[in-house]
Design a protein around this ligand. Structure first.
Ligand code: SR1
Ligand code: MG
Length: 398
């Protein structure tokens, strides 16, 4: 039996050897080095290099998540991720890493190394700006989602895809961490910043209007099989340079509301803005607000154009359907942005933009700022339709 004919969780040296064995261009390499570089919550990610300046990335699933030893998942999840990356490469070419190999035994895949890029969250914490980001992320969201909706593909094919990409385990994480625990801490693992404990109790745990609207949004997440979405499109899932954007980590993919992806991008721009405000970087904050406005408006513009090009369903071509459809996606996006803003402050999976703020008073205020915006995005989600609407919401909560 070969070394890689039975699954085990590889260490750095084994990943180097694995790459030599499996990737043709590494067969004659003599000095292969492998380093674990993952900083996500679930999987192991290795960068592999050789003496010829070749490099690839190997991502492997383990049974136990990195964020918590108590959280176990089936290792088969990695197949869905590799496959959706390949699909997204067709729908949104150049905006995802290329996958070179998927290994169903070792539950890993080998992909393009993006070391010339950096993770957007870290770049935002350094207050760097990316002129191409709004253009690229909206192309990614529009092209990947609209290409999979009922009005565009054969409804039989859609149902097959929906089955293929059903993702109950990862969805359950979002159902808990995004849609339930932030409002009641029923699993006793929320991480509420001590100076905000009482505020969170009265403004989140005891806000009945908020909880009613959050429950409705949970129902949407559970039932709205609208498009094949990324499912976790925060700034830790995006690699950037000044002129390139690559979306990674679509392991939470499933047929869900399109607004889940756009809403995540909106929320994480607000976190970046909150950090910029604390450190009084007005130039960065202005850029974030401009980007927020562009992201929402470019989404609408591109979705509308693609709708005209791709929709085949007869009823979808009736007057007003396109406008109604986009309106519902924007309302969903606002709701999701609000849920994400709340859960990343109150729940167990937090964001470095906020937790890295050392000054206690500044962090307390930044958290309340995000929570106030989050609440409004959830409760008043019917009110936010344009980039300007979201920018005003942010500015009016300073
Ligand atoms: C247990 S995983 C925690 C969070 O990390 C992922 O990126 C998702 O956002 C998830 O909610
Ligand atoms: Mg991830």
């Amino acid at each position: 039996m070969g070394k890689y004919d039975e699954y085990f969780l590889m260490k750095e040296a084994e990943v180097a050897d694995y790459t030599k064995e499996k990737i043709d261009t590494f067969k004659n390499s003599e000095q292969i080095e492998s380093k674990e570089i993952g900083d996500g919550n679930l999987n192991y990610v290795f960068k592999v290099t050789d003496e010829h300046n070749q490099s690839v990335v190997v991502k492997q699933a383990g049974h136990v998540t990195r964020i918590s030893e108590d959280m176990t998942l089936t290792i088969d999840r990695i197949k869905r991720e590799a496959s959706v990356l390949q699909l997204h490469d067709k729908y949104a070419p150049g905006l995802v890493p290329e996958v070179y190999l998927y290994d169903d035994v070792m539950k890993c895949f080998v992909m393009e190394d993006l070391s010339d890029h950096e993770i957007l969250r870290g770049a935002f914490i350094s207050h760097d700006t990316f002129p191409q980001f709004a253009e690229d992320i909206t192309t990614y969201i529009v092209n990947t989602t609209i290409s999979t909706i009922d009005f565009v593909i054969d409804p039989q094919d859609k149902k097959e895809m929906q089955q293929e990409y059903t993702n109950p385990e990862l969805c359950e994480i979002s159902e808990d961490l995004v849609y339930t625990e932030p409002f009641n801490d029923y699993n006793n693992r929320n991480l509420v910043f001590a100076p905000n404990k009482e505020w969170v109790e009265s403004e989140i745990y005891n806000d009945e209007v908020l909880k009613l609207e959050a429950a409705k949004l949970k129902n949407d997440f559970l039932t709205k099989g609208q498009a094949l979405i990324h499912g976790d499109l925060h700034t830790g899932s995006v690699f950037v340079t000044k002129d390139s954007t690559k979306v990674i980590d679509p392991e939470f993919t499933f047929y869900g509301p399109i607004g889940y992806d756009l809403g995540n991008v909106i929320a994480h721009l607000v976190f970046a803005y909150a950090n910029g405000k604390v450190y009084e970087n007005e130039g960065f904050c202005d850029w974030v607000l401009t980007t927020l406005e562009e992201v929402v408006d470019l989404f609408t513009e591109k979705f509308s154009q693609k709708w005209d090009e791709l929709v085949i369903d007869h009823m979808a071509k009736e007057t007003g359907v396109k406008e109604w459809y986009i309106d519902t996606v924007l309302e969903d996006s606002s709701g999701v942005a609000g849920m994400e803003l709340i859960r990343r402050i109150v729940g167990m999976a937090q964001v470095a933009d906020i937790v890295s703020i050392e000054n206690e008073q500044a962090r307390k205020e930044a958290e309340r700022f995000c929570l106030r915006i989050g609440k409004s995005c959830v409760i008043n989600r019917a009110n936010y339709r344009t980039g300007r609407d979201f920018v005003h919401l942010v500015q009016s909560n300073i």
